[in-house]
Design a protein around this ligand. Sequence first.
Ligand code: ADE
Length: 247
Amino acid sequence: MLRIDILTLFPEAFSGYLEHSIIGRAVQRQVADVRLHNIRSFTHDRHHTVDDYCYGGGAGMVMKPEPLFEAVECLRGEIGADHCPVVLLTPGGRLFTQEIAGSYAALNNLIMICGHYEGVDERVAEHLVTDQVSIGDYLLSGGEPAAMVIIDSLIRLLPGAIGSETSLVEESHVGGLLEYPHYTRPPEFRGWKVPDVLLSGNHKEISDWRRRQSVLRTARRRPDLLGKAELTDTDLNLVKSTDLNNN
Ligand code: ADE
């Protein structure tokens, strides 16, 4: 079972998420073992100080190295693994992708550090962590929401976390394309109809339609993904012959 240890200043921030939702149920069913640790409990002064002024000046505080080193060393000892990856959540990290989620889901242990304030002392980044990850090009006030995003994306890859394995395979990003549109009943809602092909019962036509929708949607919304996706000649001709500015 994958064990995830999260070092945070706000363990309570995770409780609602880890107790409810699909991920909450997966955690309850012990698909993964998620443990929260308050960084403050690895301090030794009266005030439980976790941050300090920035050398060289500038606004904002920096997270001190000692509590983080102590916490990770303590966890490594407890886990007893030769190598335990340690991920720092930071807007300065490499961009998190489905591929990285897959590589984390294959691990036995993962320690995540949620940064705060202006950031963490660079010695943590250089000498303690094995990976630095950002969930997108925007600033969060702390790494906690990023850690939740990452936990969610990797727990759902674990065997037994969600219903069927095929639903994982077909979903957005896994094949390098965005997902095709989905519809459920009623067949007509406020005058908007479900595309006829989906009601036709013709599996070949349905899967061709879905493929075309995925390809065109990706070309319109995320042309940056097309370069990496595996496209057939039919897909390429479709992109070439379609006015991508029009629906
Ligand atoms: N901490 C602050 N912003 C972040 C981001 N975009 N990704 C990961 N951690 C963060």
